[in-house]
Ligand binder design. Structure first.
Ligand code: SF4
Length: 73
């Protein structure tokens, strides 16, 4: 489980997402695709923070971002 799960906020900009599915490959316990098919968060999230970070960085359109509290990362 993520070490700072409670503070981690994952943001998906669905206007930017092009539905490539890359985030699902790296963090299938965090991201899924809806019928559009754009990324959505799964609940509960079961990936590690590291997996989620890799997925965020792998997104080809920069649609994903992580916030770990008051300060943006
Ligand atoms: S990797 Fe990025 S563009 Fe691809 S489905 Fe995930 S959020 Fe959308």
């Amino acid at each position: 489980m993520p070490e700072s799960d409670s503070a981690l906020k994952i943001l998906i900009d669905r206007d930017v997402c092009m539905g490539s599915g890359v985030c699902l490959v790296y963090a299938p316990g965090t991201f899924a695709q809806d019928s559009e098919p754009k990324a959505v968060l799964v609940d509960p999230i079961t990936d590690s923070v590291e997996q989620i970070r890799v997925a965020v960085e792998a997104c080809p359109t920069g649609a994903l971002s992580i916030s770990t509290g008051e300060e943006g990362v």
